[in-house]
Design a protein. Structure first.
Length: 275
């Protein structure tokens, strides 16, 4: 699933290309699996056609299109969704579920192999994203903010990093990478972390996300940016999907366990489970 670096990369790609443009037509591919939450495809088309895209922001893993007339289109890519900016005459993209044509002759095409992505129209973004936790790359996200998000919960720290109500935008890849960088075992209970460990984890989360953003995200399988190009950060991960390979720091074999139903990767020597 695209995480904060991937979604932010797409936002940065699309922002200069679509802001100021007006929606001229909308095509929704007929399918039994719904794409749009809350309204029919016909109503969705009627409500956004003719509106101007006035802004494009991100909250956690959501893309938020600011439309004229105080309407917001919120898109969650889920596992295999992609949002591509194309010229109208470009070859068709596989698995296209929606096409939003713009007044400059370009299109936004939403493709989704597994059909899990969702569109939603709302009067205010908080209807969808209001319960998300802090943004880890915002200046306001301090070590103290991370400590507040963790609280005194006894859940494994990896599970809390994945909880979007505690921290927005971090998923499986970057939770594993941040915990490795902070030298914290993913099964450690959050309430056992010391002030020093919380400080290390705070710095690691921000550094890992910034590095991935600089590499335009991780393309392990399906992710592509707004132009259909793959990211390169998958070539630079330290533990994620490196099961059985030597740790770059100590040489021990990277291990994989299931934690909360998610594959979790760590170095048993660099990240000992001390508590």
């Amino acid at each position: 699933m695209p995480e904060l670096p991937e979604v932010e990369t797409i936002r940065c790609d699309l922002y200069p290309r679509v802001c100021g443009r007006t929606v001229t037509t909308v095509r929704i591919t007929p399918d039994k699996v719904p794409l749009i939450d809350g309204v029919s495809a016909a109503e969705f088309k009627a409500r956004i056609t003719g509106r101007r895209i006035e802004g494009l922001s991100r909250r956690g893993k959501y893309l938020i299109f600011h439309l004229s007339g105080d309407l917001y289109l919120i898109i969650h890519l889920r596992m295999t969704g992609a949002l591509l900016h194309r010229n109208a005459g470009d070859p068709a993209d596989r698995y296209t579920r929606a096409t939003i044509a713009l007044d400059d002759g370009t299109e936004l095409r939403f493709t989704d192999l597994r059909k899990l992505g969702r569109f939603r129209l709302v009067a205010h973004p908080d209807e969808v994203v209001g319960k998300l936790g802090p943004e880890p790359l915002d200046a306001s996200f301090t070590a103290a903010a991370l400590k507040r998000a963790i609280g005194r919960r006894r859940a494994p720290i990896k599970a809390l990093l994945l909880d979007q109500r505690a921290l927005a935008g971090v998923g499986n890849i970057y939770a594993d990478e941040a915990l490795f960088a902070a030298r914290i075992h993913p099964q450690r209970h959050a309430d056992t972390l010391t002030e020093a460990e919380i400080g290390r984890l705070h710095r690691s989360v921000r550094r890992v996300l910034r590095d991935a953003l600089g590499n335009r995200g991780s393309s392990f399988r399906d992710y592509v940016d707004g132009g259909g190009r793959e990211g390169t950060h998958q070539l630079r991960v330290k533990v994620f999907r490196r099961t059985g390979q030597p740790c770059y720091v100590c040489g021990a074999e990277i291990e994989r366990i299931k934690l909360g139903g998610r594959s979790t990767h760590f170095c048993p020597k660099c990240q000992p489970r001390t508590i």
